[in-house]
Design a binder for this molecule. Sequence first.
Ligand code: URP
Ligand code: ZN
Ligand code: ZN
Length: 473
Amino acid sequence: MPILIKNGTLITASETYQADLLIQGEKIHLIGDSLPAPAGCTVIDATGKFLTPGGIDPHCHFDLPMFGTVSSDDHYTGHKAAAFGGTTTVMDFAPQHTGPDGFKSGMEEWLKKAQKAAIDYSFHMNLTRFDDTVAAEIPALVEMGVTTLKVFTAYNGRLRLDDGGIFRALRVAKEHGMLVMAHCENGDVIETLIPEALAAGHTTPEWHARTRPAWGAVESTLRLAAMAQETKAPVYIVHMNVGGEADMLKYARERGVPVMGETCPPYLFFSIEHLMRPDGAKWICSPPMRSPADNLRLWQGLAEGSIQTIGTDHCPFFFDGTQPIRYEGREIAIPGKELGRDDFTKIPNGLPGVQDRLPILWTYGVRAGKLSANQFVALTSTNAAKIFGLYPRKGALLPGADADLVIWDPEKKVTYGVANSHQRTDYNLYEGWELVGYPEKVFLRGTMIVDGEKWFGKAGDGQFLKRKAGEIL
Ligand code: URP
Ligand code: ZN
Ligand code: ZN
């Protein structure tokens, strides 16, 4: 049945204008003035409301095993939380398994987990070992619709590739039109500082940040940019957390290097001060929180266009996984941050955020005057669609695009926190923050999956998105 959304204010990455929007089936069919309602059409009056493309979160981890436990949102609960926050597409990271065909079996494992998907999704592939055999498996990965590889300059002995491996991988990625995403820290420095800190009796959460120095992220970002320049392969720096990374990105981009970047909301709002609180473990993720000056520089990086996307790196754990919470009427407890009560190296790394991203950025980015509404759409949806090969099917208010839409009530006031979050964890980083403006109705391919507090989404309704090569922005 067609749906006509009347008199809304449409916000895209480049324009804001009033129009009617007609949905037919899964697609946006027409956008225009005073569109007539076809027979049998549902009409939604969006006077005074904003209409944006559904958010695209390019960086999430669902059901991710870590430190003997698992991140607490799976591909259903995390998707549901995303939808309540106005996000309709998420990208997760599949693991490269050991042995031959490690991409294929990693994909199989993740596709199986994602059978319960409630919104659309795709995968990046972690590239954690690289040799000629792995290089030969790359074309099959592209065939599967995975056009992005994530490399790590930290997590020695687990996920890290050495610089030679990254350099060779970049050449192969370039050959196959792939984008390499990079986790930038200095693994060797980290592995030196951690045992020293523990030997000195430093076990509290702030030492997580103190043993992962900011300059490691800065030099590693420049290192990746240098390799991008040498190989002409595009690189995307994930979870940028240090002001100096924004400086490096700007420096490289001004010189024509094909390098792009992403930051995440916590790096815009929180600092090492939060890790020093008694409940500091709530803010433990890698890379860590930095300083208020870094927060500011990252905001500036977004505003000036050096940084192209805001993802979440959603990877939640319970703060106290010994105490159950109720989720969809059932009690659930998953071991979490308490595992590292006496040792910061045992605190599972990661934060909730997939639902928080858009509402928090609307109030504290757009309404606060740090970003325009169009930049908000570009940074949280359209740019990710372009960079990751989903545009214009996703991230666009255009006829022919998927009808993934958010109707916002710009005046709705919400005191945010666990009580109104669907993220499956026992805490929220933005507890008690006052919001003005909130997603009211959310559509996934033409079907309304969220209406106020009501959930109409279903496990299994999310589609796997095979991606093509993306654009360099
Ligand atoms: O602490 C985090 N972010 N955990 C997820 C893994 C990563 O490096 O993105
Ligand atoms: Zn990472
Ligand atoms: Zn991540």
